[in-house]
Design a protein around this ligand. Structure first.
Ligand SMILES: Cc1cc2nc3c(=O)[nH]c(=O)nc-3n(C[C@H](O)[C@H](O)[C@H](O)COP(=O)(O)OP(=O)(O)OC[C@H]3O[C@@H](n4cnc5c(N)ncnc54)[C@H](O)[C@@H]3O)c2cc1C
Length: 432
């Protein structure tokens, strides 16, 4: 076995792809993640809205590499890096040396300096976030059923989503369908169809990364589902009572945060330059300035395209960067000349609005409506790992499509701290 030791931190889209693409290379790999599973974040909103079970969108990392004896999986959190000694410091106090280091530690949601809002307005990044949000939504209906005070019942039946990027739009559309189509028959005292779902966006339109006509279509589709869309109004307060925006208060028991991005602290660990969202500014070969042995990829890093625009914080970008880094490492081990700089190729942007409509912006062609939804569905099933999960997700979606039934309506959290808070500042991705 080769003495060259590559350590990959983070088994998200970027890290996992790098390890996959290093198969067969003369390298010993340690893959470190503070969670034992790889998570398919694009479908996390479905776990948060009771449409899919957590196990349908996450896979044990150890199992994914069971046939790769040169890959060791380590369940640990990286806390700091000694770049001179080439060592990682882990949460159990141990150290891990490396010859090559790939940092793929992702990002979380950010509260724009208002971290105190987090307990009232949890964001969506981990499975724990999803099950917490799912519980909060379902608990709000349970409590409304028992509440005789009309004002309090109205607050319990009000769901606010802050941020109208794809995650906010997807959450709002699905909560509306849950309230209008899935839950009504289950309750006796309340009519869940009367729930208010309010999507608040500081900018002038929903889905700002998409073409304007698709944004207009998405807004209309949301409104048809019964979502109230508020544009151009930044939220100035989140509390146990609800939200304040545009100088008005709205009483709401459930607030979900889908705005803002804060990268993992990889740049702080290395004392390296970062942008405002904390993303490490890497060279065009994705190495950390002055440290050719350290790469940073995915949501933890920022790199620019040839036209000066940043590579977006989305899964395909992280995967392409993972492939590139694996190729650079392979070339170096072969003693081959340096590869040309990383080039990102953008396939398009996708978002769903409920169970029947989606928008897809390929740049050269734009799709909307049912056709876009089916394409979105096939694309996501294709990218899931394993036949069992693909079949199970497809079956669940067909069931929801035909019967409006969402099977994962489980309350697994009933108050206290928000579960799954990460030891670094929180942030969603560019997609939020
Ligand atoms: C709700 C949601 C929906 C999204 N939907 C889409 C979508 O539809 N399409 C799309 O293209 N993109 C989507 N994205 C964005 C996409 O998921 C990210 O861009 C992508 O996951 C980035 O990959 P990554 O490898 O950089 O980080 P991640 O996939 O986030 O992986 C980071 C990994 O690092 C680990 N880690 C972090 N810190 C440490 C540490 N200190 N020590 C050890 N391990 C650590 C984490 O546990 C995690 O496993 C979505 C994101 C969210 C949050």
């Amino acid at each position: 076995m080769s003495a060259h030791h590559a350590v990959v931190v983070g088994a998200g889209f970027g890290g996992l792809e790098a390890v996959h693409r290093l198969a067969g290379a003369p390298v010993r790999i340690t893959l470190v993640d503070r969670r034992n599973h790889h998570l398919f974040q694009p479908l996390l909103y479905q776990a948060a809205t009771a449409s899919l079970a957590p196990s349908e969108i996450a896979w044990p990392i150890r199992h994914l590499f069971r046939r790769r004896p040169e890959v060791t999986t380590l369940l640990a959190s990286v806390e700091s890096i000694d770049k001179e000694a080439r060592e990682l410091h882990l949460d159990d106090g141990s150290t891990l040396g490396y010859d090559t280091l790939v940092l793929a530690t992702g990002a979380r949601h950010a509260y724009f300096g208002h971290d105190a809002w987090e307990p009232f307005a949890p964001g969506l990044k981990t499975l724990e976030d999803a099950t917490t949000i799912r519980s909060r939504i379902l608990l709000a209906f349970e409590e409304a059923e028992r509440q005789s005070d009309e004002r309090k019942r109205a607050a319990l039946m009000t769901f606010v989503i802050v941020g109208a990027g794809p995650t906010g739009v997807e959450l709002a559309g699905t909560i509306a369908e849950l309230a209008r189509a899935t839950l009504p028959a289950d309750f006796r005292r309340i009519d869940t169809r009367e729930a208010r779902i309010v999507l608040i966006e500081a900018g002038p339109r929903v889905l700002p990364a998409f073409a304007e006509d698709l944004s207009i279509y998405a807004k209309r589709s949301l409104e048809r589902l019964g979502v109230e869309v508020v544009l151009g109004q930044p939220v100035s307060e989140c509390s146990a009572d609800g939200v304040v925006f545009g100088g008005k208060s709205l009483a709401a028991a459930t607030i979900i945060w889908a705005a803002g991005v804060q990268s993992s602290p990889a740049a702080q660990w290395l004392d390296a330059p970062a942008d405002r969202a904390g993303r490490l500014k890497v060279e065009r070969d994705l190495t950390v300035p002055g440290h050719p042995e350290i790469f940073a990829i995915g949501d933890a890093a920022i790199v620019f395209r040839s036209d000066g625009r940043p590579v977006p914080g989305i899964a395909p970008a992280a995967k392409q960067e993972g492939v590139y880094v694996a190729n650079v490492i392979r070339a170096r081990l072969r003693g081959a000349p340096a590869l040309p700089p990383f080039r990102y190729s953008h396939a398009g942007d996708l978002a769903t609005i409920g169970k029947r409509r989606a928008v897809i912006d390929f740049g050269w062609i734009k799709l909307r409506g049912a056709l876009a939804w089916w394409l979105w569905g096939f694309a996501h099933i294709y990218f899931l790992i394993g036949v069992r999960n693909r079949l199970s997700v497809a079956l669940n979606w067909l069931w929801i499509y035909a019967r409006d039934q969402r099977s994962a309506r489980l309350i697994t959290w009933r108050g206290g701290e928000v579960e799954g808070t990460a030891p670094f500042s929180r942030g969603d991705s560019d997609r939020s």
